[in-house]
Design a protein. Structure first.
Length: 434
């Protein structure tokens, strides 16, 4: 029996060595930091199951971790497998024995060697879906598969990126108008919304409040879930829109117009995450263009860095209410006393500002057209202050929402005037003990 066992162990080690080399050859997909694009094949349904080996005398359940689910089919063990377990001291042999399991792992998020977010797939799945292999996941049983599309591409994988040509270099300049479109398909019928994360986003600034030269246009989402045309600098921002039962592709179109008087750095990389209502905590309530899931952070108007918001906006920013929170406070002054400029402009028919320069405005009469809303009160002007804690409108003062419902921050603008916008530090406050 021992002689037979030694022969079997030797054969196993040979197969393991060959298999590991083959795995390394298949999994090594980027040299010198450069991505290698795999040949795309016809899209097919994703699978979460991968059968590496299931043979008699049974399934050896050697370890369990967060990434892998090792199915114990209760085949039992006999003398041969007992010998294997007793003599499997060598790390290489232990690794091979672990392959003699039914390995199941979800297409969960992973970080590629290039720093991008991908999904964990078997390597053949990644190849078949047209992805880019960027390292391994699930203890080496899967690969971190990144899906990147650019002008003219259509993808279906979750977590796909839409990026400009030649990214991270700037788009080539042209004397002619250019249009770049990209499409995304639902990964399954249960997807009800998409979240966009703007890893990089730089287009020409708006002119007079309009995205006249460059703009990103999104179409194909559910009725009642519009996304405003976007331009300027929006790196770090995010957007949600609903799909509901829509089956058609969602199209993203970037239009760039030639204008000798406009100099713009143009490049973008946008990550698209498909969500269903059970994807907690990322899934947002319906009709929230933005959704913040942390108890504190910074919320900004679009193109705040670029210097001006755009006209004809009407959207709602939502915040996930943390357990035990009774209020949320907004400030445009951080903990070190540094002020972020607050500027939401309203003008009379003669073009004169309704709110005096360097003062806060509150209420319908001060803020008829452009404003944010906190606790049902419109706020505008060049200071953040609702007079609740400080009646001096020439200074900034924290503004607190104490409503019992969900925390929301509506923002509206019209076509009459344009300001810098807002950059607010928010903090949710826990209820005081009675």
């Amino acid at each position: 029996m021992r002689a037979v066992t030694i022969v079997v162990l030797g054969l196993l080690l040979v197969v393991e060595t060959w298999g590991r080399g083959r795995w390394d050859r298949r999994g090594r997909s980027h040299d010198g930091g450069a991505w290698r694009r795999l040949n795309s094949q016809t899209m097919r349904k994703d699978t979460n199951d991968l059968l590496y080996g299931l043979t008699e005398p049974g399934v050896l359940k050697l370890r369990r971790d967060n990434d892998l689910s090792l199915e114990d089919e209760s085949f039992g063990t006999n003398a041969v497998t007992t010998t294997f377990l007793n003599e499997a001291k060598d790390e290489e042999l232990a690794r091979f024995l672990n392959l003699l399991t039914l390995v199941r792992f979800a297409n969960s998020e992973c970080q590629s060697t290039e720093g991008l977010i991908g999904s964990c797939y078997p390597d053949n799945e990644c190849v078949g879906l047209g992805g880019l292999i960027g390292g391994t996941c699930a203890n080496g049983f899967g690969v971190c598969c990144v899906f990147i599309g650019t002008c003219g591409d259509r993808l279906q994988a979750n977590g796909s990126y839409f990026q400009s040509p030649n990214f991270p270099d700037l788009m080539p300049t042209s004397n002619q108008p250019q249009s770049c479109y990209f499409e995304i398909l639902k990964t399954n019928p249960w997807v009800t919304q998409i979240r966009l994360d703007f890893d990089f986003f730089e287009l020409a600034n708006p002119t007079g409040g309009e995205c006249q030269n460059d703009r990103l246009i999104i179409s194909g989402q559910a009725t009642g879930s519009p996304v405003p045309a976007m331009c300027g600098i929006n790196t770090g921002q995010h957007v949600y829109f609903d799909l509901q039962n829509k089956r058609t592709p969602v199209r993203f179109t970037v239009v760039t117009l030639s204008n000798s008087s406009v100099r713009a750095n143009r490049r973008w990389r946008i990550r698209l995450t498909q969500l269903n209502p059970r994807d907690v905590p990322l899934a947002a309530p319906s009709h929230c263009l933005q959704y913040y899931t942390t108890p504190s952070g910074v919320v900004q108007s679009f193109n705040y860095v670029g210097g001006a918001y755009t006209n004809n906006l009407n959207y709602v920013i939502c915040f996930k209410k943390m357990s035990g929170a009774c209020s949320i406070t907004y400030r445009n002054v951080n903990s070190t006393g540094q002020e972020s400029r607050f500027q939401i402009v309203n003008v009379e028919s003669n073009g004169q500002s309704i709110v005096p320069i360097n003062q806060a405005g509150a209420g319908v009469f001060n803020c008829p057209d452009d404003y944010i809303v906190v606790s049902g009160v419109r706020l505008c002007g060049e200071k953040l202050n609702d007079a609740t804690t400080n009646i001096d409108f020439t200074v900034n003062s924290p503004v607190t929402d104490t409503t019992s419902g969900p925390f929301i921050l509506p923002f509206r603008t019209n076509a009459g005037s344009v300001g810098r916008g807002f950059s607010l530090v928010y903090n949710q406050i826990t209820c005081a003990l009675s």
